[in-house]
Design a protein around this ligand. Structure first.
Ligand code: 76R
Length: 231
């Protein structure tokens, strides 16, 4: 990571994260898009490219770095390359308050993940919040009860060990939901199965609210641009 000058653009711990969703455009400039990825990588950031399925987007770029100005520069470069930015999500890496007791190594993997995980190219992203309604309010539950529910959540999640990596990034106060959920899996049906399985955990069944789901395959920028027809 390079040194950072503006504290207002630098999380005191962890990394800034931006998920950018683009539609390919007839006049987009392939070389300029590839140069934007290179510049981001050279600056020490991670920018993961994903070839998306369906109408919601053609290309997703998930970028992580400790200087939000650099993330902004990547966004600018991709827009100037002629891609149309059609959706986005802003968040930051964090260690969940329910994981405060885990070993430092696990905390570091949450705060400073190295992405993408090898062999896990099936990808999805969606934002989620915990309910704050009269029929269920996560935030009025005592901490011990929330911790117990998250323990149940973690236990069902660990059944997918080896098949799937979750990256939860926090967005309370900076985007419309409370977290961004990014999943990297071996197979597309792992994505479906983990989300379905967790629906039965009380923390999700009673308290979770979801935004739009996005799905695609992680690949190198070159492969991704080939796949979306930006030649
Ligand atoms: O960090 C850890 O691995 C400790 C256990 C754990 C925490 C604290 C954990 C494990 N999660 C945690 C926090 Mn998760 N997770 C989701 C979703 O579809 C849904 O119902 C929700 C979307 C999935 C699929 C998933 C998978 N998790 C969180 C939080 C933050 C809550 C907070 O801080 O208040 C959210 C929003 C969330 C949502 N979770 C796991 C998984 C999986 C697969 C695991 C096991 C991970 C592993 O063992 O590596």
């Amino acid at each position: 990571m390079t040194d950072v000058a503006d504290p207002g653009a630098t999380p005191s711990v962890g990394l800034g994260v931006v998920h950018l969703f683009f539609r390919n455009q007839p006049l987009a400039d392939r070389d300029a898009v590839l140069a934007a990825f290179k510049e981001s990588e050279a600056a020490g950031d991670q920018a993961i490219s994903v070839a998306m399925l369906g109408h919601k987007a053609d290309l997703a770029v998930m970028a992580l770095g400790n200087d939000l100005w650099r993330l902004r520069r990547l966004q600018t470069a991709l827009c100037l390359a002629g891609l149309e930015l059609i959706d986005s999500y802003v968040s930051m890496t964090e260690v969940s308050e329910y994981a405060a007791g885990v070993p430092d190594e696990m905390k570091n993997a949450r705060l400073y993940p190295e992405l993408p995980p090898e062999g896990k190219t099936a990808w999805c992203f969606y934002p989620m919040s915990k309910k704050r309604n009269s029929d269920g309010n996560w935030f009025t539950l005592p901490f011990d009860q929330r911790k117990e529910l998250m323990y149940e959540h973690g236990t069902s999640g660990r059944k997918f060990a080896g098949r799937l990596v979750q990256l939860i990034t926090a967005s309370t106060g900076v985007d419309d939901y409370e977290w961004g959920v990014t999943l990297f899996a071996q197979r597309p049906d792992d994505l479906k199965e983990v989300v379905y399985t967790m629906r039965f955990d009380e923390a999700s069944a009673v308290y979770a609210e979801f935004g739009a789901f996005y799905t695609g395959m992680v690949a190198s920028p070159v492969e991704t641009l080939d796949a979306i027809g930006l030649l």
